[in-house]
Design a binder for this molecule. Structure first.
Ligand SMILES: [Zn+2]
Length: 269
């Protein structure tokens, strides 16, 4: 990012002037536009792939009413935008995801979780330090597994989660629990949500998912036994799909779940 410019955030959305083109979001905005907002958190963090490169971030509280000529642009849409332009995740998108995650974490880590004092910032910009008790706090990252499940009949298992938009089907996923390996989380989530057993579990790919603090860890697995039955709690419907009979709607472009489906459609997974 060019010095003197920053990514502006509100929650997990970028903030942009209304006439600012979506295609330019990676360039950031002039930092001096901060005067448009009464309260904000302005900080700098090193870029993840190139620590000599710095990301300036300005984040305004969720409850802030935006000035008339400002708009929000969900970071999820940035994923779709970048995936349309590039096959690989770019440095710019990495920076946006990282900044989005840390901006939200900073709002939740203003005070020390041990003694309640107001946290200070450490020099690297990516951890907090309590001036009273010395407690160090790093950004919380919650690992979740997502699994592409296939069978021997060239089918894929997809499910409709109650939180999905109507008609959208995606892979089984869920957070790993304390003390659990990711492989165990894969088995447990599949068992709990769709009542089947799988085998040949293999790591494929991961994706930061800062909504607000998840790391999606993508696996593939092959159906072993059992009858598919949605749990009726999180999963409202689950079934096998073939390539010529896919669900009406798929997960958003740029997501790991969509990537899995696209790769499978090409025969690569
Ligand atoms: Zn403390």
């Amino acid at each position: 990012m060019i010095d003197g410019r920053a990514c502006f955030f509100q929650g997990d959305s970028l903030l942009l002037p209304r006439d600012f083109p979506d295609s330019n979001i990676a360039a950031g905005l002039p930092v001096n536009l901060s005067h448009e907002f009464k309260n904000y958190d302005l900080f700098r963090i090193p870029s993840i792939k190139d620590s000599s490169s710095v990301i300036n971030v300005l984040s305004v509280p969720r409850e802030t009413v935006l000035p008339d000529y400002w708009r929000t642009f969900p970071v999820r849409q940035a994923l779709a935008l970048f995936s349309a332009e590039n096959n690989n995740q770019t440095q710019e998108l990495d920076d946006i995801l990282r900044a989005c995650h840390i901006a939200q974490w900073r709002r939740d880590s203003v005070f020390c979780g041990t003694c309640g004092a107001e946290n200070g910032d450490a020099n690297d910009g990516i951890h907090r330090l309590c001036p009273r008790c010395g407690r160090i706090e790093f950004p919380r990252i919650c690992p979740a597994v997502i699994i592409i499940i296939t069978d021997n009949e060239n089918r894929i298992l997809l499910a409709h989660n109650k939180n999905f938009k109507a008609g959208v089907y995606s892979h089984i996923s869920g957070y790993s629990e304390a003390g659990e390996t990711l492989e165990s989380a894969v088995l447990r989530e599949i068992r709990e949500e769709v009542n089947i057993e799988v085998t040949d579990i293999e790591y494929v790919k991961s994706q930061p998912w800062p909504f607000p603090n998840t790391l999606m860890v993508g696996f593939k697995a092959r159906y072993l036994s059992g009858t598919v039955k949605a749990d009726g709690v999180e999963i409202e419907d689950a079934k096998w799909f073939s390539r010529d009979n896919m669900p009406p709607k798929l997960p958003g472009e740029g997501s790991l779940s969509r990537h899995f489906i696209d790769r499978w459609m090409e025969g690569a997974l």
